[in-house]
Design a protein around this ligand. Structure first.
Ligand code: DO4
Ligand code: MG
Length: 282
């Protein structure tokens, strides 16, 4: 079961049929047993052809008023990359420690207004020299702390700023259009399987500059573990999104360029495509 947010309404897609909905995004998604609710909605409505057009022409990121949070250093590859980029600034051992610690690295990523959807432009900072996209499985966690759905997250990151000093992490990670989500909220009947793959390709002038694929089974931590740490001392009245970390890191000589196209694919969810833009200095 998938649910797409469009300018006019949310659209449920189930078994090849499209259903229009009338409630607001937040009130549709923020509930326990979301799959059962959406299934019941499809049973009582008639499939609609207009809905297909809405998804093609008026798609928005699958987010209402939720905040976007992110987990870091949840895969061995991410730990290695951060240790390497921060070795001169003395930050390397902190990544090593957090990888093995009980408490995960969790950081605030984006407000909903700053999030880009499928087909949109994500930014690289003008004051950054080393930039990468990070393809991540993003959890939708409802206000009761239950994982009810999944989407694809692009955790755009400045490796030069992050590597210069760990205390610059918020600037490396959080800026306008540094987060993309989409194309839909995927709501399966049971939790996403561990053999689910995350794939990323980066295309420059029609040429594939990077391509790799990984299974989420390589992640060190459980999704429920990350969700419960996030909800320890924070309330999310409409739920929230939590990106679960990256395992796909291009080699150190790669940095994004304007007009690069980034395709991220996760089994069951689909593909999130973004183009790189630069925010003009003000
Ligand atoms: O600590 C830096 C951020 C790590 C991160 O974003 C990731 O592992 O995905
Ligand atoms: Mg990340």
């Amino acid at each position: 079961m998938k649910i797409y947010k469009t300018k006019k309404t949310a659209v449920i897609v189930h078994e090849g049929n499209y259903y229009l909905t009338s409630e607001s995004w937040d009130s549709i998604v923020n509930r326990d047993k979301l799959y059962d609710y959406l299934l019941a909605e499809t049973k009582k409505s008639t499939p609609s052809d207009i809905a297909i057009n809405l998804i093609e022409k008026e798609l928005l990121p699958p987010i209402g008023s939720q905040e976007v949070w992110a987990a870091g250093v949840t895969y061995f590859r991410s730990k290695e990359a951060r240790m390497d980029e921060s070795k001169d600034s003395g930050g390397a051992s902190f990544y090593d420690k957090v990888y093995d610690a009980d408490r995960p690295e969790l950081f605030f990523k984006s407000t909903a207004e700053r999030v880009v959807g499928h087909g949109g432009y994500v930014h690289i900072r003008k004051d950054s020299t080393w930039n990468v996209p990070e393809p991540e499985l993003a959890l939708f966690i409802n206000s009761n702390g239950n994982i009810e759905g999944y989407t694809i997250g692009n955790d755009m990151s400045s490796r030069s700023i992050e590597g210069e000093n760990m205390l610059y992490l918020p600037q490396a990670k959080t800026y306008s259009r540094s987060a993309a989500l989409g194309p839909c909220l995927y709501v399966p009947a049971s939790p996403i399987p561990s053999n689910t793959t995350i794939e990323m390709e980066i295309i420059r002038n029609g040429k594939v500059m990077y391509h790799d694929i990984v299974q989420i089974s390589q992640m060190k931590r459980k999704h429920t573990e990350l969700a419960s740490w996030l909800f320890r001392e924070l309330d999310f009245p409409s739920g929230c999104f939590l990106m679960t970390g990256t395992c796909l890191v291009p080699s150190n000589d790669f940095t994004l360029a304007v007009n690069d196209v980034v395709n991220m694919t996760i089994d069951g969810i689909g593909m999130l495509t973004n183009t790189i833009d630069v925010k003009k200095p003000t």
